[in-house]
Design a protein around this ligand. Structure first.
Ligand SMILES: Cc1cc2nc3c(=O)[nH]c(=O)nc-3n(C[C@H](O)[C@H](O)[C@H](O)COP(=O)(O)OP(=O)(O)OC[C@H]3O[C@@H](n4cnc5c(N)ncnc54)[C@H](O)[C@@H]3O)c2cc1C
Length: 383
């Protein structure tokens, strides 16, 4: 199939709507949500009404069944306005990704369908205090007792946990089997024995809410096991093929915002009798942002296009996520540079971009882990 990343009429309409929403409903609220670390509940309600939340939920759950490309379009648009808010709204797609990958209709109807009816949230619980990159090191246990499992353990840095109605939780059913002994569950948040800890005080993306969760003898029905015992690692990793293009798109939003702010400021600010844009050292920083935005978007679209067309995209999802994350950090840092002293001040928008960008090099697999995956694809799979 020929590569074509042009937006068709429907996708163009979606982009226009998402960018209007970002400009009018997110951007004016970004500073307050960042300063006060305020969860964007009201914005979520409006986004939900417009169909900008949960875009990939299947039609049999009342969803629109949109592809990853559409998710990318929404994430890029919202990301350019505030990635704290867009992460809070987009976390549902991360939690749902393993469910969509397994496509167990019973589980999806119980957990995804209600999220189309009203504004509900869900969280993806894999990371633990002792392991993040090394997912195989998960220590949370799930012990079979009759037709139930009993879950014990702690999950760390879980996006949206306080607002979640359910958690996707990776746990070990067979410690001796390592990553082949991991099993995943969908656990209602009101189950007895679950404690969501305090909101973490984060450097950036402060509108998003991050918490530890502890599971203390939490009983889960066998019906809530996703896939078979021992398939949890594979399912969790497969989910990233679907989510990393959307995460890369959020980082692309930061690059575009950095570029737009820098271009405008460089034409207005003068030094040595001319706009600073006339100094090549400044204009080259903006040129670099434009170049990286285009390259990051192309990689992001390609990784989305591949999975939407049924092609394994693991290497490309890591290309997109790794490249866009690093380019977002570089572009945001250079936007601060273009603004000079004003860039360092909280009264101007670019220092927030720099704080927000950093997490893209950490969550959903660090920049080092993206390279590890790419190297494995090259050397072990000859991809
Ligand atoms: C704001 C925020 C939101 C998050 N949301 C979620 C969420 O919703 N759900 C969830 O499950 N997790 C979430 N996380 C966790 C996140 O995915 C992890 O922090 C991340 O995967 C890194 O794991 P770690 O923090 O344990 O770092 P470590 O794995 O301890 O890594 C530390 C450093 O060592 C490097 N490193 C580790 N191993 C290797 C290696 N083999 N080769 C080269 N370098 C290596 C890493 O790149 C990193 O630089 C979130 C984290 C944050 C901060």
């Amino acid at each position: 199939m020929a590569l074509n990343f042009d937006l068709d009429e429907t996708q163009q309409g979606l982009q226009n709507m998402a960018r209007d929403f970002a400009e009018n409903e997110i951007k004016p609220q970004a500073e307050e949500h960042d300063r006060d670390a305020k969860f964007p509940m009201e914005i979520a309600k409006k986004a939900h009404e417009l169909g900008l939340m949960n875009p990939g939920f299947p039609e049999y759950c009342g969803g629109l069944g949109l592809g990853i490309k559409e998710e990318v379009i929404i994430a890029e648009a919202m990301g350019a306005a505030c990635t704290g808010i867009s992460t809070a709204l987009g976390a549902n797609m991360l939690a749902a990704a393993p469910l969509l990958a397994v496509d167990d209709e019973g589980i999806n109807k119980r957990f995804l369908a209600p999220m189309m009816e009203e504004v509900l949230f869900a969280s993806y619980g894999v990371t633990e205090p002792g392991c993040g990159s090394d997912v195989a090191g998960v220590k949370t246990t799930a012990k079979k007792v009759g037709n139930d499992y009993v879950i014990n353990g702690t999950k760390q840095w879980i996006t949206g946990a306080k607002y979640a109605n359910w958690f996707y939780v990776l746990s070990s059913t067979d410690a001796a089997a390592g990553h082949k002994g991991l099993t995943c569950f969908v656990i209602p948040a009101d189950s007895e024995g679950i404690t969501v800890q305090k909101k973490e005080d984060m450097m950036g993306q402060r509108a998003s809410s991050t918490h530890a969760i502890s599971f203390d003898d939490v009983k889960v029905s066998e019906e809530n096991r996703l896939g078979a015992e021992g398939e949890g690692f594979k399912i969790s990793m497969k989910a990233f093929d679907k989510t990393r293009p959307g995460v890369a798109a959020g980082a692309c939003g930061i690059i575009r915002a950095a570029m737009e702010y820098s271009k405008q400021y460089a034409m207005e600010r003068t030094s040595f009798g001319m706009p600073i844009a006339m100094h090549q050292a400044v204009s080259f920083m903006v040129a670099e942002m434009a170049m990286k935005y285009e390259a990051a978007m192309l990689l992001t679209y390609k990784s989305a296009w591949m999975i939407d067309n049924g092609t394994r995209n693991t290497k490309y999802a890591s290309f997109a996520k790794g490249f866009a994350a690093d380019a977002a950090m570089e572009s945001a840092t250079n936007a601060v540079q273009v603004y000079g002293g004003y860039g360092y001040s909280r009264e101007y928008p670019v220092e927030k971009l720099m704080r927000d960008a950093k997490i893209y090099q950490i969550y959903e697999g660090t920049s080092q882990i993206q390279r590890l995956i790419i190297a494995k694809e090259l050397f072990l799979r000859n991809a």
